[in-house]
Design a protein around this ligand. Sequence first.
Ligand code: MG
Length: 257
Amino acid sequence: MRLGRIASPDGVAFVAIEGDGDSAVAREIAEHPFGTPTFTGRQWSLSDVRLLAPILASKVVCIGKNYEAHAAEMGGAAPDDPVIFIKPNTSIIGPRVPIMRPPNSSRVDYEGELAIVIGRPCKDVAAADAASVILGYTVANDVTARDQQQVDGQWTRAKGYDTFCPLGPWIETELDPSDLQIRTELDGVVKQQSRTGLLVHDVGAIVEWISAIMTLLPGDVILTGTPEGIGPMTAGQEVSVTVEGIGTLVNPVVDRS
Ligand code: MG
């Protein structure tokens, strides 16, 4: 099932998205999408509504250097244990919402990533049990002020600006994440192309590692790391991240005045 969140003339709602192209519809879910959703009976043509970020997260936990080729382009090897950091939930935006480059950064990069969406409260989850706490998967862009990441020594500022966590277009609940193509394009030019099979720490290992540190809540999002090919975005460009089996997340880039 594809789970999303929409703004319609009638308000904001969680929906299940069915069908493709012009015939796609958004069926309204009562209350929230966790567990077995119930439907209100209202529905809209997907073309008549606006897709929002598909989930409301209490936190976004991210893995750094989780593809060897990306660790190498950053000047090192992938660490033996996952290195994690947090993006504030206020950095989340949905599809088509502009990424805003702050005026005090000279280089703002895209990082296309597979994102895990947690489905129920959990702690100390074994890797083998990870699927039981996962609602589904979406596409993320771990936008990074690369110059500030390099000078700060830790990454809260560089990764935490408003608009620096595009998510969407929806959550796919029926997906094997073990070997999906992931691709980032800037103005239609392919910049990153890899496969999730090359993750150093896979989805199960990531959930085990993070849930041993902190309680995960329904809707929490985990960014699994970016492959090689990172690079800057400038105002007026459009960035798209595609994960096979989920879809494409598109955002324009603007300068914040
Ligand atoms: Mg990243």
